[in-house]
Design a protein around this ligand. Sequence first.
Ligand code: DOR
Ligand code: ZN
Length: 426
Amino acid sequence: MKILLIKNAIIVNSKDIASKPQDILLENGRIAKIAPSISTKEAEIIDAKGKLVLPGLIDLHVHLRTPGQEHKETVETGSRAAAKGGFTSVFCMPNTNPVIDNASIVESIKKEAQCVGLVNVYPVGAVTKGQKCEELTDIWELAQAGCPAISDDGKAVHNSQLMRLALEYSKMAGVFIIQHCEDPCLSHRGVMNEGLVSTTLGLKGWPEVAETIIVARDIELARYLKARVHFAHMSCGRSIELIRMAKAKGIPVTAEVCPHHFTLTDDLVRSFDTNYKVNPPLRTAADVAAMKEGLADGTIDCITTDHAPHAQEEKELEFDHAPFGMIGLETSLALTITELVEKKVLTFPQLVEKMSTAPARVGGLANKGEIREGLDADITIIDPKKEWVVRKEEFASKSHNSPFVGRTLKGFVETTICGGKITYQA
Ligand code: DOR
Ligand code: ZN
């Protein structure tokens, strides 16, 4: 493997941003040395002058659609999209066809990801067989096969007794549960946020209480069982309040938010553009404000994408029938810079915390999330000032269902390095 030398790096870790440039030597997949000036003959040199050098971004919530829906995304196209977006590690969700509910599917995805070799892919196993919420999977088997987490994402584990058992077994197996918070009886066929806009448009509403009731219940289960729950794609201000109270009491819960939930509101559904149809739905301006507050005060640990590719012909159906979801891997960093860093909600070190350090900690990836000698050589080099326009033709993802097409964003990925290898270069 080639030796890489990054020159003139302004390193940003979650604790601080370096005041002086340094050189970083990457060797054998590790960060071998960080010093004011390193010279070596054999290394390939990357000049990072004027750029920021971040620990590789980590996304705990991605849909790679393999197996079964390769017309939307494959491990290869999803890996390219991830690398282009600055990601070096992704967790992929199990709502595939068949569902990732046994070791052989986990192993085949891992093998395919290794062949592609652009990003570390960690398959998330299902909590229940076929994600039917009837019978638990063999959580021990999934853990042994290499799943760091389990989830029925796309749906909630709404049965309280199954959730209790899943928490007990996952604790023993050393994995954590990612909960998709949606009481299906309350959200029943809802396609957008329940409120003024849904009433005006005559679309069936998905009320915030369908989310908060599962958040509240799982906080109680986490407290009672002393077991960890991670809340996926939070959308409501009230959920953030509940999580804030739980954390203050030392209950082991963590949470994530997606860029669309801190940038967009349900008002946009008035266009009937199905790219705004996502689960959980876009909420109100007050909810968006609460997401920013939760990010700034640490209630929300991570930013994830919920990258959910869908084919154009599926998204072209009428709003009621189009599938939920939008892609996010290639716009997440720039949306975070444009909407949060530029607007002084977060600093660059806090961005690193939300997009790398905390995901590594929550996800149990011990050698990642920081730029430090000895850790994995996963690095993202960005131009924080460069503006670019989101264009459909330029997506590396196989699907193009993004509501951000046409927007000018600030913050551009220049180079992504995964395991000491360049996986993307602008
Ligand atoms: O919008 C969403 N799309 N939310 C989910 O929870 C699932 C995802 C998908 O798989 O398309
Ligand atoms: Zn999801």
